[in-house]
Design a protein around this ligand. Structure first.
Ligand SMILES: *Cc1c(COP(=O)(O)O)cnc(C)c1O
Length: 393
């Protein structure tokens, strides 16, 4: 099909031309004396993205979910108890990883569309009088349902229960897009990957560890090999990596950090809110609803849209792709066929999203969902116009 494809899945996201150019490089010697400058430029600038001045960042050649494994094995003794709410496919997979590694997870099941239940977490921690629970696992932004949870509220729950468990936060679809306050929330491990907010291809797992985790690294009994943070820490200190790093992606990450810091993390988050709010207004103008149960749970990086009874979201997604060159996210697990997801994360602006919303309208109509043509686009563009920065002279 001529023209650009419209990629509006919640990761991988669109790679801006500037980052493509930054990665358009010859392969190089990662043991050269000039290489540490790149490593340092990246590692020095990563913590600000998660609102931290104290975290130690790690970059692996892996996808994001590998950092679930890296975080756990480098911070909690094997076999210990963990606590985790489950409210979507990604919280499910995080729990599943912990269980496969040999941890015992107390799961708090919550209806999909809800967020992390701070009160239930507090109760569960208070009930653990023996202080066996070593960590609380949380998915900040549940990409399957389009729900953002309140990490600060969960931190307060730990504090109120006076429980010493570590706090693990999967921020794969929030970090570098939404406000993330690692220091303020006292997060111990924050987890992400390259292909969402960082606007890069998949291939880098990024992990941030608190000083408490770093202090315990050498004392653990867990089996660790590729994801052992100790050789990574020691090599990084000299500006190198224990094995061959994904150098091309590292050049991309370095430029991505420059872009993020140029825009400013607060502006990045504000842009994501403005764009997302336009999408939400479109959804409501179509007479449809979001999977997220309440406005305070709405995610600014992904919207999961529930199709009316009798309609099949898979058909909407298939028509959008085949007829209109628009990729939408599918419904995962129990949401298959019930929702389609619109990703609005990373390198996106109003008119890109207006195109995507047009495509959604067309695909909905093609799939037999009676929406008023143009109604969603009109609602979104009205909002973007009223919330736009004033025109300079
Ligand atoms: C995308 C995503 C992941 C998985 O990351 P991979 O890079 O595919 O391993 C994990 N958690 C959340 C919340 C995600 O959105």
């Amino acid at each position: 099909m001529p023209g650009r494809p419209h990629l509006f899945i919640p990761g991988p996201t669109n790679v801006p031309d500037r980052l493509l150019r930054a990665m358009w490089r010859a392969q190089e010697d990662h043991r050269s004396t000039s290489f540490p400058a790149l490593t340092r430029s990246i590692l020095d600038r990563l913590p600000a993205v998660v609102g931290s001045t104290t975290a130690t960042p790690f970059v692996f050649a892996s996808s994001g979910s590998a950092m679930w494994e890296a975080a756990l094995l480098n911070s909690v003794p094997l076999g210990s108890r963990l606590l985790a709410p489950r409210y979507g496919q990604f919280s499910h997979l995080f729990i599943n990883t912990a269980e496969k590694l040999g941890y015992r997870v107390d799961v708090l099941d919550v209806p999909w569309g809800e967020g992390a239940p701070a009160d239930a977490i507090e109760q569960a921690l208070r009930a653990d009088t023996a202080r066996e629970i070593q960590g609380v696992l949380l998915v900040h932004n549940e990409t399957a349902t389009g729900v953002r949870s309140d990490v600060g509220a969960v931190r307060s729950a730990l504090d109120r229960a006076e429980h010493p468990a570590l706090l693990f936060v999967d921020g794969v679809s929030s970090i570098a897009s939404l406000a993330f306050e690692m220091d303020a929330w006292r997060v111990d491990c924050a987890i992400t990957g390259s292909q969402k907010g960082f606007m890069l291809p998949a291939g880098l797992g990024i992990l941030f560890c608190s000083p408490r985790v770093m202090a315990g690294l050498d004392m653990l009994n867990t089996p660790r090999a590729y994801f052992d943070l100790r050789p990574m820490r020691d090599n990084n200190a000299q500006g190198y990596f224990p094995s061959t790093p994904a150098t091309t992606l590292l050049w991309g990450l370095d430029e991505s950090l420059t872009m993020l810091h140029e825009e400013g993390m607060a502006n990045v988050a504000a842009r994501h809110f403005r764009l997302a709010e336009g999408v939400r207004r479109a959804v409501h103008a179509w007479g449809l609803r979001l999977c997220a149960a309440r406005p305070e749970l709405y995610s600014d990086t992904v919207s999961a849209v529930v199709v009316p009874d009798g309609a099949d979201a898979r058909r909407v997604i298939d028509i959008a792709a085949r007829r209109w060159n628009l990729s939408l996210g599918s419904g995962l697990a129990q949401l298959a066929g019930k929702v389609f997801r619109i990703g609005h994360m990373g390198d996106v602006n109003e008119l890109m999203l207006a195109g995507a919303l047009s495509g959604v309208e067309l695909a909905l109509l093609d799939a037999g969902v009676a929406v008023q043509p143009g109604s969603g686009v009109a609602a979104a563009t009205s909002w973007w116009r009223e919330s736009a920065a004033p025109l300079g002279s």
